[in-house]
Ligand binder design. Structure first.
Ligand SMILES: Cc1ncc(COP(=O)(O)O)c(C=O)c1O
Length: 390
């Protein structure tokens, strides 16, 4: 049957790469492709205890409908956490969401009319491109280098093309692992105030720092309330919880609450109550430190192995945190057409091209170092080197 789908459905694309990567899920393929945390580090016992406690208290409200904004004591916890990052916000500035991906969708729902121009880094997070594109946005891409987005190029683009919104992952970014420098953060906050333009700061990886200085979120320099900040427990506790938050002005939060009501009324009550208990009755800082140690070690192994197996024609980023690094092969390589061959050789990566909102990057690829064991990383890089050096 021919269904009369809405026009926006034409903007929801399935990805050929995703289909190939499904094959890579077979246990004999070393997958450096996904963006998954290490499952062996999930605090499964503590989460179980938290669920037991919350359900064992004989309080039926843990299974009841609740407010769209989210459980106040959990928003208070998050507001405290945000203060440590230099953001002086109250629980009224916070909305709890089903992961930061829902935050992105709600913000898109609030701001984007068909044809609106959104400024993004080149390359940027694929999930954000997909969300904005599904609301029929157009993209303005801004180049990045070792210090993150080129803020002068962004200012020129703002002057010439007046994008409606900017989307940025400034810290240990997906897909490249690059971090925006302190100077550029300060400069960026001034530009946002000057041109009165909102920016989404997506920060799922900020806690995963392995080397280099602590750099506060751009939002901590945002005196003019132009930034909508997205946080998540996906990388520090577990992505299967589906719990994130938005930090924004009260005016924006009020509108996001309306948008969320139409989507799902509220984030699960039991999940929120359990996470609040977990945060207050476990050693979350110690847990995050364990993750940092392990991922930092895996990053070092991947970097060492790349160095040992590739010549000067191949370059890669050296991230101070996060879960990914980014490899650039000589220009004539096409990592999309090489992917099936890699999967045949029992190793998988994500080709870089889909992370470019307006095309390009065919010679690039993203590698994940958080989800594979050190031995798998060593073997996986050797397999890739054999393939690319052929
Ligand atoms: C940059 C970025 N934003 C958002 C998300 C979605 O995260 P969540 O699990 O909080 O929805 C991801 C997930 O990998 C991501 O890399």
């Amino acid at each position: 049957m021919n269904y009369a789908f809405a026009e926006r459905v034409n903007h929801m694309e399935s990805s050929a790469i995703r289909e190939i990567l499904k094959v890579a899920e077979s246990p004999d393929v070393i997958s450096l492709a996904g963006g998954l945390p290490a499952p062996e580090l999930f605090p499964i016992q503590e989460i179980q205890e938290a669920y037991n406690h919350v359900l064992g208290a004989n309080d039926p409200s843990v299974l009841q409908y609740s407010t769209t904004e989210g459980y106040l004591p959990l928003r208070e916890d998050i507001a405290e956490k945000m203060k440590e990052k230099g953001m002086h916000v109250s629980p009224d500035n916070i909305l709890l969401t089903n992961g930061s991906q829902q935050g992105l969708d709600l913000i898109a729902k609030l701001f984007i009319n068909p044809g609106d121009l959104i400024a993004v880094e080149d390359p940027t997070y694929l999930g954000a491109i997909q969300t904005f594109y599904s609301y029929q946005a157009n993209f303005l891409t801004v180049p990045t280098d070792k210090e993150g987005i080129n803020v002068d190029a962004l200012e020129t683009a703002i002057k010439l093309q007046q994008p409606k919104l900017i989307y940025l992952t400034p810290t240990y970014k997906n897909p490249t692992g690059v971090t925006l420098s302190l100077e550029r953060r300060q400069h960026l906050a001034k530009i946002l105030a000057k041109y009165n333009i909102p920016l989404i700061e997506d920060d799922p990886y900020g806690e995963l720092r392995y080397s280099g200085p602590v750099i506060q979120p751009v939002k901590s320099f945002d005196t003019a309330e132009r930034i909508i900040y997205l946080g998540t427990f996906s990388k520090t506790i577990a992505p299967g919880l589906r719990l994130g938050w938005v930090v924004a002005s009260k005016e924006i939060i009020a509108k996001l609450v309306l948008a969320k009501q139409g989507t799902d009324l509220h984030t699960g009550t039991l999940l929120q109550r359990t996470t609040h208990y977990y945060l207050n009755n476990s050693q979350i800082e110690k847990h995050i430190e364990t993750i940092r140690q392990e991922y930092g070690h895996r990053r070092d192994i991947m970097l060492k192995e790349l160095k040992a197996n590739f010549s000067g024609e191949v370059s890669w980023t050296e991230p101070s945190g996060g879960m990914f690094l980014w490899v650039s092969l000589p220009e004539h390589f096409n990592t999309v057409s090489l992917l099936p061959k890699a999967v045949e050789a029992k190793v998988a990566y994500v080709p870089g091209a889909p992370f470019y909102a307006k095309g390009g990057g065919l010679n690039t690829l993203r590698l994940n170092f958080s989800n594979s064991s050190p031995l798998q990383i060593q073997e996986g890089i050797k397999r890739l080197a054999q393939l690319f050096n052929k």
